[in-house]
Ligand binder design. Structure first.
Ligand code: KG4
Ligand code: ZN
Length: 347
């Protein structure tokens, strides 16, 4: 299998990795979280500038730690969609330049395909077909993984992504940014049954609910109303209980839909990916429920749940082994459906 140098700059992590198939030779991640924390969220222009400042030294570090030289690199890859356009451009331009200078094939990689591949990094036995539950700051989707580059989205959120809901609820509870890890920690000391919150079901015109689609904006509003009500009554907001109830509601809602989808499509494995895959409540809830239905649930190692370049390299290595390469004229896309992944390659 080919060895790939991969760059990930789609949001607020500047990352470079050297990967051969499922083996990571080096993985460098510089988080910009402390820089964006003062603004309460990611500022796109600041993100691009940070990527520019740190990328070159990360490439050098990744090469050094991999104990490989340029002659041993078979291809150069970068995330090209979806994400912040300015941020993506930094990584993509660097990758194209390296490809030209070192005369290597260049590959643009879809960020969500990278999150799907993250599970391969710890599971040598995982192969398609399987169901991917992709839960990140920008996406919440149930994806039928058929093969490398072949994906069918079966369910998604109609509004906020799961990670976005964590971030928004943390903001309204004044817990800071990013919200997922703080709520996760706080929830461990709270009572998940303390407050009943809506799961975000989508009604169907003919009655009943959509089996795989959901919504998280109503849940966020319900938490806001709950906090306002408690404050109106002059009661102290029991932050740990609110966090635990909120987290359990998200875990229950994702679990129900993922299990229904896996069973309906006859898929015996669910691979979870994206930043929210790091959530301890979701891990426990989904594992327990899936075990009752004999469905195997796999999570990437924690360091490969949130954004990283190793997952991008893993996807790129697979594409390159099949002869897929991208044109140097390839641009970046702020949005791109997973079904269009193969449009990124000339093959
Ligand atoms: O995949 P990711 O790094 O970036 C995107 O592609 O969006 O996901 C970031 C999201 C953020 O919303 C963050 O709050 C959430 O993942 N997150 C978590 C946890 N760690 C990160 N959410 C819940 N529990 C966690 N432990
Ligand atoms: Zn991501």
């Amino acid at each position: 299998m080919p060895t790939v140098l991969a760059i990930e700059t789609s949001c607020d992590e500047t990352a470079v990795a050297i990967v051969n198939n499922r083996q990571v030779y080096s993985s460098i991640i510089a988080s910009q979280i402390p820089v964006h924390q003062q603004y309460g969220g990611v500022v796109p222009e600041v993100a691009s500038r940070q990527h520019l400042e740190t990328l070159n030294q990360e490439i050098a570090q990744a090469m050094e730690q991999s104990h490989r030289d340029w002659g041993q690199i078979d291809g150069i890859a970068a995330t090209c969609a979806p994400g912040l356009v300015g941020a993506l451009l930094v990584g993509l331009t660097a990758a194209k330049t390296l490809a030209m200078v070192h005369k290597k094939p260049f590959l643009g990689v879809h960020h969500l395909e990278g999150h799907i591949y993250a599970t391969y990094l710890s599971e040598s036995t995982l192969d398609p077909p399987f169901l991917s539950l992709l839960v990140s700051g920008g996406h919440t989707s149930l994806i039928y993984v058929k093969d490398c580059g072949s994906y069918e989205t079966l369910g998604e959120t109609r509004d906020d992504a799961a990670g976005e809901a964590f971030d928004k609820v943390a903001r309204l509870l004044k817990l800071g940014y990013p919200g997922g890890p703080v709520i996760d920690k706080l929830a461990q000391t709270g009572d998940p049954q303390a407050f009943a919150l809506p799961e975000g079901k989508i009604s169907l015109p003919g009655g009943g609910y959509h089996p795989y689609d959901g919504s998280f904006s109503g849940l966020k509003t319900a938490v806001l109303r709950l906090v306002q009500q408690l404050e109106k009554e002059g009661r102290e907001v029991p932050l740990a209980d609110v966090a635990a109830s909120f987290q359990e509601t998200i875990a229950r809602s994702l679990t129900k839909r993922a299990l229904a989808c896996a069973r309906d499509y006859g898929l015996s494995t669910i691979a979870v990916g994206g930043g929210v895959a790091a959530n301890s409540g979701l891990r426990k809830y989904l594992q327990a429920a899936a075990a009752e239905h004999n469905i195997r649930v796999l999570f990437p190692p924690l360091k490969y749940c949130t954004d990283n370049a190793a997952m991008i390299g893993c996807a790129a290595s697979d594409h390159l082994s099949r002869g897929h390469t991208s044109a140097l004229t390839l641009g970046v896309h702020s949005r791109l459906p997973l079904s269009q992944v193969m449009n990124l390659y000339e093959h």
